[in-house]
Write a new protein. Structure first.
Length: 334
């Protein structure tokens, strides 16, 4: 298979800010036996990327399997890709050159070509463009893991999604509905209509109402925003309810890891179940993508895209996403 001799990628040499990413030529990837090389047509940007870019929170540098201690563990960021199969390894029988695919990776999406293990890859939903498909993998898988695995959601339950208007939240609202739950989303004033439009039965505007002070009780609280302590969130859970920690406001030293650990530490002292959604360590990557494809193709779930950037503007896309005001996903076309 002949590819271009050198391909473009954004390289992260050391921890820093979006401008420190260098657009440079890298070697054309060759697939190992169980891998596929994908010509990336679109990727997306999310907190995972800028946590790795900044090396923050510092606490995570000390935790095995997360950030590198002194320098980035990842040299090419980008966890989501949608594109076309360019080449396949000898053991790969499921994919052929030209297939449209999407994948959730640990790294490598901010490049024209990427090597992907076949078990992190699935055929792209037939009703999505590359741009839309690139919005799905990490954010929607996180929402799926939070609701189905950590949250054990059941039809008829009342679910509250705190942080309903962002990348993960817009999928969480739609997935909770698809699982037959009654969903309430918490978001800012300007996103109330958006959250209603994607199927929330109720919307709480956090500028007007502190949801932890309301009288409604929920069976499951998916905490994407982490804007209130888990201890306070408990007030709105039923006695047998479940709190699922997903994320929280970013900080230099501790957050959002500190917020998530504080929630887990509460577990032995409260009757409610406290669980963590961790998509990076989730095992069934391909199976999750296939489940999401079914839901997307049935029309139950649709990615919400805030803004799209061209490949050369990946640093601007990162800065925009990091500002924390995107309604839905920030995507990049290549
Ligand atoms: N555990 C995992 O495996 C996993 C995976 C992916 C992401 N995460 C984490 O999940 C979090 C969200 O990720 P994301 O991709 O959805 O980020 P995002 O697209 O930037 O969304 C963040 C959302 O938080 C909302 N928000 C800000 N202040 C709020 C408040 N006081 N109350 C309620 N909502 C508020 C914002 O909505 P408004 O503009 O409407 O305020 C924004 O849409 C991050 O902390 C990320 O690190 C965890």
């Amino acid at each position: 298979m002949t590819l271009e001799l050198a391909v473009k990628a954004f390289i992260l040499h050391s921890y820093g800010s979006p401008e420190d990413l260098e657009l440079t030529d890298v070697e054309t990837p060759e697939p190992r036996q169980d891998e596929v090389v994908v010509r990336v047509r679109a990727t997306s940007v999310q907190p995972y990327d800028w946590h790795h870019m900044r090396g923050e929170p510092y606490l995570s540098r000390l935790m095995p399997g997360t950030l590198g201690l002194r320098k980035p563990k990842i040299s090419i960021l980008g966890a989501d890709v949608a594109g076309q199969v360019e080449d396949v390894g000898a053991e790969v029988t499921e994919f052929r050159r030209g297939d449209s695919v999407f994948a959730m990776l640990e790294q490598g999406g901010f490049a024209e070509y990427v090597r992907v293990n076949a078990d992190r890859l699935a055929p792209m939903p037939a009703n999505l463009s590359f741009e839309e498909a690139a919005a799905v993998p990490m954010a929607a898988s996180t929402a799926l893991v939070a609701l189905r695995d950590a949250g054990r959601v059941e039809p008829g339950q009342r679910v509250l999604v705190n942080g309903a208007s962002g990348g993960v939240g817009t999928f969480a609202v739609q997935l909770a509905r698809a699982f037959g739950a009654h969903v309430t989303g918490v978001c800012s004033t300007r996103n109330v209509e958006l959250v209603r439009s994607i199927g929330a039965d109720g919307v709480i505007d956090y500028a007007r109402t502190d949801f932890t002070r309301t009288t409604q009780r929920y069976d499951l609280l998916v905490d994407v925003a982490g804007s209130r302590s888990a201890w306070n969130c408990r007030r709105v859970l039923t006695r047998k309810g479940t709190f699922v920690a997903v994320g929280g406001p970013a900080g230099r030293w501790l957050q959002p890891a500190g917020h998530v650990f504080a929630a887990l530490a509460m577990s032995p002292f409260v009757p409610q179940r406290i669980a963590l959604a961790d998509v990076v360590r989730a095992v069934h990557v391909k199976q999750n993508l296939l489940t999401l494809t079914e839901l997307i193709e049935s029309g139950a779930v649709r990615p919400v895209i805030d803004r799209s950037f061209p490949f050369v503007e990946i640093p601007s896309a990162l800065a925009y996403q990091e500002a924390g005001r995107a309604s839905g996903k920030v995507v990049v076309t290549i």
